[in-house]
Each structure stands twice: as structure tokens, then as C-alpha cells.
Design a protein around this ligand. Structure first.
Ligand SMILES: Cc1cc2nc3c(=O)[nH]c(=O)nc-3n(C[C@H](O)[C@H](O)[C@H](O)COP(=O)(O)OP(=O)(O)OC[C@H]3O[C@@H](n4cnc5c(N)ncnc54)[C@H](O)[C@@H]3O)c2cc1C
Length: 411
């Protein structure tokens, strides 16, 4: 008997779509090629994900309450993680993807989704249904699977999108090392996450140091024009962190790509794309976990009402709902990435602007709770005034990047 929905990829997006479909009583199969290795990821998750997807706090390694932003010249801005209405729930959760994804996958199975350990190698979408060919990861044999609809939740390289004949999206590379540190060194990152800006660590995105249970994850993002330099950028970041990493032990080095552009179309006849496969990563932060889960949920809800007529005309309601809800936020954050990370002078302005309390509140309301409401006019005037001042200051007098101050060596 044909299963009703096939989901390719059982990571955060795929597992959430499966849970939503199963809660609505729809037969669901998850096809996943990698059940052991974790998805390379910084693992920063907003509290909204824990509320909206009913996730236990036990998945959290640490709650970050403070962000340190360091500009190319070494200007430091300490930003408390706080929305416009301060609450105990103001934090950035740090998770390990092996734990987080494992939980979601298990929940999907408990709700009745079937999980197949296999790799999608072929896909045919025909008027009467979908036929997928997969290679079993246990015995290497190929088998076929039929379904009414396929959801591509298979990440930035999305084989599903490719098999649907869609082009690749422009991609950034992100590379990260997990480094175990002695407790005396970890204390520095007890409740703090660091972001580093500068051409030598991340020319157009940012570099990070995120604390986990017993280790620190240090990584860099490099946009489409800089991917070949990724290893060098990571080495530079470690040089910049210097003694903070002394006595560290490398546990894991991991890398993957991030889509840098949302797809114009995310639903087709009998097929939908969610998460990274649809290009739904926020550019300023490289954040994709919440968005993969949210797009999985919305896509599944739309699909549940259109299973009898799963053509593009009906399934594209998913796209409309998505852009209605998040279009303004995406456009703003995209502009912010270009404005704030465009060059080192702008990175200095960005670091200064993060001291403005209205900017902090706007940023954390949109990050933690996925809400973006314009502040009162007085706050908007204050922000505009501060931006003009910071912009003028940094244009009149250039700050010297740390690498030129010889405070650390670029290796
Ligand atoms: C280094 C790095 C750091 C990041 N840090 C953060 C962060 O701190 N916070 C944040 O929110 N986001 C972060 N992101 C982005 C985040 O990891 C992704 O946006 C998110 O994982 C997307 O989820 P997804 O379910 O769409 O796809 P993915 O998590 O990429 O999962 C796709 C799944 O599909 C499976 N798959 C692929 N091909 C096949 C096939 N042929 N057959 C079967 N299965 C297949 C894969 O094995 C995988 O499990 C980071 C990304 C990188 C690379």
C-alpha cells in the first residue's frame, strides 16, 4: 500500500514535519541516510522553538544570557540577552545536534512515523503519485517506495530539489571545531557566547565561540565568494582567541554548507521543500534550525488539507503563509547582513550599534520570539540618531584592525 507522505531527510525540519503529519493522523515515512554522525552546526536555538514545539529543557546544554561582540579593531560590546519585556525566559539555548535531532527523530517514530535508513537515489513525480528509489544503508540494496507526496527536507545540497530539476542555491561554507577545555577555561563562557567580526575571520558573515556542556564550538562562516579560505579563516579565529583555548583538546572538526538565498518556489505538484532545501536560513545569524522546524510544521499543515488534490496550486499556500508571516523579518535581516557585515568599517559601526538598547531589544525580540514589531517612534529616532553618529565617527576616523595592531598573528 502506498504511504501517503514521504519525507527525505530526518533532521530538524523533516522530523518536525513528520511529527505534525502524524499528529494529524497521516501516514508518513522518513528516509534518512545518516543516523550516526551529527549535522555540523553551532546549535544555537531560540526559546521560541522550545515553546512552539513543546521541547524539554533537558535538551539544552547551556543557556546563554550574554553575547560578546568583538569588532575587527577589538572593540567589545557586551549585550545582555533580553527582549523588550524582560523575563526569566530570555536566553539562547545551546544544544548538541546529535542530542537534539535524536530526540525529534525518536518523537516522530513514537508518533508512528516509519524511519528508513537509506539514501534517496532517484525520484519520479508523476500525475498519480511519487516513486522514490533509495539505497539501503544496511545492505546497500536498492528499493522503491511510493507515496502521494514527497517533502524534501534534505538540506542545503537537497537531492530532492535536484531531482525535481531545480538549480542549486548560492551557498556559504561554515566550518567548526569542537574543543574540550578544562573547567577553569570553560568558566569564561559559562553563560556567554562570542561573535567575532573581521575580514580575516569571516569576510561577510561572522565567526563564533559557542559553549556546550564540556566544550566550546568555535567556527566561521564564509559567503559564496570566500569558501576556499574557510580553513584559513578558522585558523585565524583560533589565533585571535589565543590563550583562551590553551590546553584545549580537539574533539571534532566539522563543516557543511548553508543556503544563502530562499527558493522562489517551495511547493510543486506533489512535492514541497522545507528548511535548508528551500533556502530558509536567516542571513545575519546563519540561523536555520528554528526555520527548518517552522517550515516543516507549516508545510505539513497545508499538505494535510490538500492531500486529495496535492498540486502546486493547492500546496503553494505554504509559501504564501510563510512569506506573509516572515517576509518582513527576512528582508530586514538580509539588509542587516549586507549593511553590518559589508566591510570592516561597517562591522565597527555594527558593533557600536549593538550598544543601543533599542537595537538590542529589537534584535532579541526578533531572535528569541520571532516577532518583529517596530518600536515606539522615540526609540526609532534614538536608533536612527545613533546609527548616523556611529556611521559618521567611523568614516571620519578609521579604526585599526587587530591584525595591524600586532596583538595577534594571522597564521
Ligand atoms: C557549521 C554550521 C553552523 C550552524 N550553526 C547554526 C546555529 O547555531 N543555529 C541555527 O539555527 N542554525 C545553524 N546552522 C544552520 C542549521 O544547521 C541548518 O539550517 C539546519 O540544520 C537545517 O535543517 P534541515 O532539517 O533543513 O536540514 P539538515 O539539518 O541539513 O538535514 C538534512 C538531512 O537530510 C539528510 N539527507 C541528505 N541527503 C539525503 C539523501 N539523499 N537521502 C536521505 N537523506 C538525505 C541528511 O543526512 C540530513 O540529516 C549552522 C550550519 C552550519 C553548517
Amino acid at each position: 500500500m502506498a504511504q501517503r507522505v514521504l519525507i527525505v531527510g530526518a533532521s530538524v525540519g523533516g522530523a518536525t514535519a513528520a511529527i505534525t503529519l502524524r499528529n494529524l493522523g497521516i501516514e508518513t515515512v522518513l528516509l534518512e541516510k545518516e543516523l550516526v554522525k551529527a549535522k555540523p552546526c553551532g546549535g544555537a536555538v531560540p526559546p521560541a522553538a522550545f515553546h512552539e514545539f513543546d521541547l524539554p529543557q533537558s535538551l539544552i546544554d547551556r543557556k546563554v544570557k550574554q553575547c560578546l561582540i568583538v569588532s575587527p579593531s577589538g572593540q567589545e560590546t557586551h549585550v545582555p540577552v533580553m527582549g523588550s519585556v524582560p523575563s526569566d525566559d530570555d536566553y539562547v539555548a545551546m544544544v548538541r545536534r546529535e542530542v537534539f535531532d535524536g530526540f525529534l527523530r525518536e518523537r516522530a517514530q513514537q508518533r508512528g512515523a516509519e524511519l528508513i535508513h537509506g539514501q534517496l537515489v532517484g525520484l519520479q513525480v508523476e500525475p498519480h503519485g511519487v516513486t522514490a528509489t533509495y539505497r539501503s544503508m544496511s545492505d546497500g540494496r536498492e528499493a522503491k517506495l511510493t507515496a502521494d507526496v514527497v517533502i524534501g527536507a534534505d538540506g542545503a545540497y537537497s537531492p530532492t530539489a535536484r531531482m525535481l530539476g531545480l538549480p542549486n542555491l548560492p551557498r556559504a561554507v561554515a566550518i567548526q571545531e569542537r574543543i574540550a577545555l578544562p573547567p577553569s577555561k570553560m568558566a569564561r563562557w559559562e553563560e556567554t557566547a562570542d561573535l567575532y567580526l573581521g575580514r580575516e575571520v569571516s569576510p561577510d558573515l561572522y565567526a563564533w565561540a559557542f559553549p556546550k556542556c564540556d566544550h566550546i564550538a568555535v567556527g566561521i562562516g564564509a559567503g559564496p565568494g570566500h569558501t576556499a579560505k574557510a580553513k584559513q579563516l578558522l585558523a585565524n579565529l583560533k589565533a585571535r582567541l589565543g590563550p583562551a583555548l590553551d590546553h584545549g583538546r580537539l574533539i571534532l572538526r566539522e563543516a557543511h554548507v548553508l543556503p544563502m538565498e530562499p527558493r522562489k518556489q517551495m511547493a510543486f505538484d506533489r512535492a514541497m521543500l522545507i528548511g535548508d532545501a528551500a533556502g530558509l536560513v536567516v542571513h545575519t545569524s546563519g540561523e536555520g534550525i528554528y526555520w527548518a522546524m517552522k517550515s516543516g510544521q507549516i508545510a505539513a499543515q497545508v499538505l494535510a488539507h490538500a492531500l486529495d488534490t496535492p498540486d502546486a496550486a493547492h500546496l503553494r499556500l505554504y509559501e504564501q503563509l510563510w512569506w506573509q508571516q516572515y517576509g518582513t523579518m527576512y528582508t530586514f535581516l538580509r539588509w542587516l547582513q549586507r549593511w553590518g557585515y559589508g566591510n570592516e568599517r561597517q562591522m565597527e559601526v555594527f558593533t557600536e550599534m549593538c550598544r543601543n538598547i533599542d537595537v538590542q531589544r529589537l534584535t532579541f525580540d526578533s531572535y528569541m520570539y520571532k516577532q518583529m514589531t517596530p518600536g515606539p517612534w522615540l526609540a526609532q529616532m534614538r536608533m536612527t540618531w545613533d546609527i548616523i553618529n556611529a556611521q559618521a565617527r567611523n568614516y571620519v576616523r578609521r579604526r585599526t584592525p587587530l591584525r595591524e595592531q600586532e596583538t595577534y598573528a594571522v597564521v
